[in-house]
Design a protein. Structure first.
Length: 209
């Protein structure tokens, strides 16, 4: 599965197992999704460039490295992406946040945008698009389209669990977008749910049915 970065750190795999478990309730589910997103953000930001600055320690002047003028925006796909976005923002508190809302047209099953609010300077920002599930890839691909239409140049997609079909769809539609996932599952079922997956992420996050 060379077309997506699989972040399989033991802590992430352990927490993901609890997230998947049907016995895990909304409060713990939310906390774990946020924690895993924070852990994944370490890898998603691994290639950020550094520059050298001079600082003063309590002992002496020293050369040290800081992230080089990177401007970041975190963009959750509503509503399930919100908790993941909070996890990323814990690591990068200076980032701005955008929001994209999509629904699926019941006739065509195509994703329709109902809300899109992005930072005004997105051309200068590296955007991290977050959504727990990459199932068919339709919503993620549409969200990336909406971002590109508004001038976004650099996008990374970060999901907890992906189906091979979803990875293939985003790769085909947007070969320039790097995909980061904690697990690649077997396949989709006839209703577009990931097997074994974790069910409906939004319902489990917010206690709805």
């Amino acid at each position: 599965m060379g077309s997506a970065h699989i972040i399989d750190h033991p802590l992430i795999q352990h927490k993901l197992s609890i997230i998947r478990d049907t016995a895990t309730g909304p409060k713990e589910f939310r906390e774990l999704v946020e924690e895993v997103a924070t852990l994944m953000a370490y890898e998603v930001t691994r290639d950020f460039p550094l520059e050298e600055v001079e600082i003063e320690t309590p002992i002496a002047k020293a050369k040290a490295k800081v992230i080089s003028g990177k401007k970041i925006a975190v963009v959750p796909i509503l509503r399930a992406g919100l908790v993941m976005a909070d996890g990323v923002m814990k690591l990068i508190p200076a980032a701005k946040m955008g929001h994209i809302g999509l629904y699926r047209d019941p006739e065509t099953l195509e994703p329709i945008e109902y809300y899109c609010k992005l930072p005004t300077d997105i051309q200068e920002r590296d955007m991290i698009l977050v959504d727990p599930m990459l199932a068919t890839g339709g919503s993620a691909s549409a969200a990336i389209n909406f971002m590109k239409e508004r001038g976004t140049k650099s996008i990374k997609l970060m999901c907890l669990i992906a189906a091979p079909e979803g990875i293939a769809r985003v790769r085909k539609d947007h070969p320039d977008v790097e995909i980061f996932v904690a697990a690649v599952d077997e396949r989709l079922d006839s209703n577009g749910y990931i097997i074994p997956g974790l069910g409906d992420a939004g319902d489990r996050l917010f206690g709805t049915k």
